[in-house]
Design a protein around this ligand. Structure first.
Ligand code: THU
Length: 146
């Protein structure tokens, strides 16, 4: 049997760091432009050096051009030359935690690697943490291109 080898990812952040990340994601969520779905999402990406970059979902009348909160945060960070990344927080107001969609998992993997993915609600203190490699097993990336 073949086992999949994933390089060890970043350690879980200290509690106060995670709390600050969640606070930033909640704050970014207030800027969500979601007139069609009415589903506001906020995100906060953390670099190894401790910088925090936030994003919110930005919808569009054609629907298909909508960009999720996570990707907004990634594009902002990359455009500012930031990285590498250790954590991403996703905040929404739904009965069950909102995980990144498939395309966002792919983009997070390619630009951020195997980071910690923390899912939080809009007010409760409860945060659920996953590794991106668990949310995106057998990923396709540049290494597959040879
Ligand atoms: N959305 C995000 O921003 N991130 C997610 O992880 C899931 C979905 C947005 C896209 C769209 O604006 C709205 O939520 C409903 O799908």
């Amino acid at each position: 049997m073949r086992t999949r080898r994933v390089a060890p990812g970043p350690a879980a952040p200290p509690r106060d760091v995670l709390r600050e990340l969640v606070r930033c994601a909640r704050s970014a969520r207030r800027n969500a432009h979601a007139p069609y779905s009415k589903f506001a999402v906020g995100s906060a990406l953390r670099t190894r050096a401790g910088e925090i970059v936030t994003g919110c979902n930005i919808e569009n009348a054609t629907f298909g051009l909508t960009v999720c909160a996570e990707r907004v945060a990634v594009w902002k960070a990359i455009s500012e030359g930031l990285g590498p990344f250790t954590d991403v927080v996703v905040v929404a107001d739904s009965p069950r935690p909102t995980p990144p969609c498939g395309p966002c998992r792919q983009i997070l993997w390619e630009f951020c690697g195997d980071l910690n993915v923390h899912l939080a609600g809009s007010s409760s203190a409860r945060v659920t943490t996953y590794r991106l490699s668990d949310l995106l097993p057998l990923p396709f990336d540049g290494r597959n291109l040879g």
